[in-house]
Design a protein around this ligand. Structure first.
Ligand code: FMN
Length: 154
């Protein structure tokens, strides 16, 4: 199973969330590759069974600029079979809490097999760990389901 987490983080909150999620995958004995979005620019999305996109939110509920190439890659590549999850940190003091997660979710729902979304207030707290585990498990269950489906079709 090939899984990647591609993320952006300005002040470190989303990076912390990403490494927490990565550790949960490791506990589940699943290997994941972690990339900052800038490192991922020319890579093919469809080499992965699953991909998590993780981001903060900027401006007025906006997706950070550095995420936009990846956003367009999902829109233009043939990646409907790739299972995806979207996670992010934000601040509920803003009108559109984790607005970037909402926008990515809507796009990934159309262009990929979206399995789960996760929004975290500022930075992950101990009470968020349960939600992070649920996020990882939903993603893994969906990958298993999709594999069974494609084996049935073959
Ligand atoms: C200028 C600015 C605009 C922001 N706009 C939003 C927003 O619209 N919605 C939101 O939920 N959070 C917003 N945030 C909060 C950040 O998304 C939040 O602090 C996030 O955890 C930062 O993640 P990072 O540490 O990974 O960079 C904004 C922060 C700044 C500084």
């Amino acid at each position: 199973m090939k899984i990647a987490i591609v993320y952006t983080s300005k002040t470190g909150n989303t990076k912390e969330l990403v490494y927490l999620i990565r550790d949960i995958f490791i506990q589940r004995k699943v290997e994941v590759m972690v990339y900052r979005v800038e490192q991922f620019q020319d890579m093919a999305i469809d080499q992965f069974d699953a991909m998590i996109v993780a981001t903060y939110t900027w401006g007025n509920g906006e997706i950070p600029y550095e995420m936009m190439n990846l956003y367009h890659a999902f829109e233009t590549q043939n990646v409907k079979h790739v299972v995806t999850g979207v996670a992010g940190t934000g601040d509920s003091g803003y009108e559109q809490f984790c607005g970037a997660v909402d926008q990515l979710r809507d796009m990934l729902y159309v262009h990929t097999t979206l399995a789960a979304t996760l929004k975290i207030e500022i930075t992950p707290q101990s009470e968020d760990i349960k939600r992070c585990k649920k996020f990882v498990d939903l993603l893994l269950e969906r990958v298993t389901q999709e594999r069974l489906l494609s084996n049935t079709k073959a």
